[in-house]
Design a binder for this molecule. Structure first.
Ligand SMILES: Nc1ncnc2c1ncn2[C@@H]1O[C@H](COP(=O)(O)OP(=O)(O)OP(=O)(O)O)[C@@H](O)[C@H]1O
Length: 302
């Protein structure tokens, strides 16, 4: 299988920063993969993808895209990669329809092909009713869908998306994951994205890279990484914040919000722990096997 990205020993230190934003990142991404990048705030994810699209010079290391060093030819990345940054003002004063048409046209399609591409994208991303709306007047979520559609215009071989589901309601987040999977299946597009939605992204992620403090601390298929915490169950409990339950002393919890704890347990002790906690004193509880979010918490907390 063809290697799309070959990232070798990459380091980025911003001027004036004591520690590097990322260090010694070595990673290969294969053609047709859906690769997710997870990590806490400031872990170096955006810096890494900006290096991958040649918008950020690296301090050391190199990046090959389809076997060619991305710094040798400034057109190499734009020719193959559609990139959606976290924030962008780039849609100017165009209507939704114009933004899609001109992007497809600029990417080499004839006017007739670009019109067809515009209609296909309007339908695929379910934004047909916005076709004549001016992009600056769209809501945050509508803009996000338009930016995703613009990034995918002309079907580039690789999509790199920095938090594709930010600003979206649950229904549209679902739409995004489904459309990305569809694009990957139909065109064999390699899709690389950063997300904080570990649980939802698990639906489509084939391989994941977990970043912590500038380092890539784990890379693998979610099912393989799960083996490292395989014997663990995830117990989520909900309780009145002013009356926290008494947890057996050998267990620790992660509090995602007041009155909600996440506890990783050995399978064997799940039922006894629930007994100790007195279920009737809890507002609610959920017990399930490890998710991608647990893998992430496991590696980031190490
Ligand atoms: N232009 C810059 N100049 C100086 N430091 C920067 C710059 N951009 C990012 N950094 C620093 O580099 C580190 C990594 O930032 P980066 O944006 O890559 O993290 P991230 O994982 O994408 O975070 P988030 O999830 O919050 O978006 C942080 O410490 C950040 O403060």
């Amino acid at each position: 299988m063809c290697i799309v990205y070959d990232i070798q020993n990459l380091v980025k230190t911003y001027p004036g920063q004591a520690s590097p934003a990322n260090k010694h990142i070595t990673l290969q991404i294969q053609q047709g993969e859906i690769f997710g990048i997870l990590g806490d705030n400031g872990a170096g994810k955006t810096t890494l993808v900006r290096q991958m699209v040649n918008l950020q010079a690296s301090t050391a290391g190199r990046i090959l895209l389809f076997g060619q060093d991305i710094r040798r030819n400034m057109f190499h990345v734009p020719l193959h990669v559609g990139y959606m940054p976290q924030q962008s003002q780039a849609l100017n004063n165009l209507t939704v329809s114009e933004a899609l048409f001109f992007t497809a046209h600029l990417r080499g399609m004839s006017r007739a092909q670009a019109s067809k591409e515009r209609d296909r994208l309007l339908q695929l991303w379910q934004i047909e009713d916005l076709r004549n709306a001016y992009s600056p007047r769209l809501s945050g979520g509508q803009k996000r869908l338009l930016r995703l559609a613009v990034t995918a215009a002309g079907s580039p071989k690789v999509l790199i998306l920095d938090e594709p589901t930010n600003d979206l309601d649950p229904q549209r987040r679902n739409l995004v994951w489904n459309v990305l999977r569809q694009i990957n299946e139909e065109y064999g597009t390699t899709i690389i994205f950063i997300t904080h939605d570990a649980i939802e992204a698990e639906k489509i992620i084939q391989r994941v890279g977990i970043m912590s403090a500038g380092e890539l601390v784990a890379v693998g298929r979610p099912s393989d990484l799960k083996r490292s915490i395989d014997r663990k169950m995830r117990l989520e409990i909900f309780f009145p914040p002013e009356r926290p339950p008494h947890l057996p002393v050998h267990l620790s919890y992660h509090q995602s919000q007041p009155g909600r704890w996440l506890i990783l347990l050995d399978r064997e002790e799940a039922l006894t722990t629930l007994d100790t906690l007195h279920i009737d004193h809890l507002d609610d509880f959920r017990l399930y096997s490890a998710t991608l979010e647990d893998i992430y918490l496991h590696y980031v907390s190490q």
